[in-house]
Design a protein around this ligand. Structure first.
Ligand SMILES: Nc1ncnc2c1ncn2[C@@H]1O[C@H](COP(=O)(O)OP(=O)(O)OP(=O)(O)O)[C@@H](O)[C@H]1O
Ligand SMILES: [Mg+2]
Length: 260
């Protein structure tokens, strides 16, 4: 069976800098594929190429065997691919509930605004959108904050709002760029468990993360990028013991809990 997400030979340069070089990766459904590597390794660039933010110089990306390179975010969401961003992207003045509903209008903020302006009467699809948004808020423990402006929530809650928006559209594949960055250990633990629950729903996840204890706890397979190249790929136990990975990334490793 074909992988849910298949990335083949992605390359992209910015001026003289090669950010990704012939990068290939497959991510199955119902599994967590971690993408790790030092700062500047090309992890976010890879997600940006897959999600249509950047146009690679070479390579191909397919979802369920169908090419997706060049599709915009809302088209990808309809195909079942959503993402979150390394830099928090919530609409600060909108309520938490509205932030999640944006993910269900499957489109830009502008379309969402138009939907909100169709005031008289709530159409059936909008009722369904509301119901789904509440369901996802409950899943993320955010129902009590539904009516609050998103920017009044603590940072950790805002990170969950962004994830809730990405999950609302019932994606088959989610790309998460450092979902626990800036969270405290308890929040990290809780979010790790939610990510595992999302996998249990059959969703495939690509998890870019520097928190190695989280990566090793939840991942089914780990890909390691360094200088835009894939230097290792395998199950977490193998990656933890890989001499090149230790040298290039996990080197000063006590902080990652990887060196005895
Ligand atoms: N739009 C861009 N224009 C120019 N250079 C870029 C652009 N995007 C990324 N780069 C460069 O490409 C390289 C890879 O960056 P990228 O953001 O993918 O790294 P990363 O692995 O996500 O790092 P981090 O762990 O710090 O988030 C870096 O040298 C970065 O400066
Ligand atoms: Mg990054």
């Amino acid at each position: 069976m074909a992988a849910l997400l298949s990335i083949q030979g992605l390359s992209i340069s910015f001026g003289g800098l090669t950010a990704l070089s012939d990068f290939s990766l497959e991510a199955p459904a119902g599994a967590i594929t971690a993408l790790i590597g030092p700062n500047g390794a090309g992890k976010t660039t890879a997600l940006n190429c897959v999600s249509g933010v950047l146009k690679p110089d070479a390579g191909a990306v397919s979802l369920d065997g169908r090419p997706v390179l060049g599709l915009a975010g809302h088209q990808l969401a309809r195909r079942g691919l959503t993402r979150t961003f390394q830099n928090l992207q919530v609409f600060g003045r909108m309520s938490v509930l509205e932030n999640v509903m944006v993910g269900l209008h499957g489109a830009s903020r502008r379309e969402f605004g138009a939907a909100m302006l169709r005031l008289p009467g709530v159409r059936p699809e909008e009722r369904a959108i509301g119901e789904r948004a509440w369901e996802v808020l409950e899943f993320f423990g955010l129902a009590a904050q539904a009516g609050q402006p998103a920017d009044q929530l603590p940072y950790g809650d805002q990170k969950r709002v962004e994830l809730a928006r990405a999950l609302a559209a019932r994606p088959r594949l989610m790309l998460l760029d450092e979902p626990v960055a800036g969270l405290n250990p308890a929040e990290t633990d809780a979010l790790g468990s939610l990510i595992v629950k999302i996998r249990e729903q059959g969703v495939g996840l690509v998890l870019v993360e520097h928190d190695m204890s989280l990566v090793m706890r939840v991942s089914d397979q780990v890909a390691v990028l360094s200088g835009g190249r894939l230097i290792a790929f395998g199950p977490p136990s193998q990656i933890q013991a890989d001499p090149e990975v230790i040298r290039t990334y996990l080197g000063g490793g006590e902080e990652f809990g990887l060196v005895a």
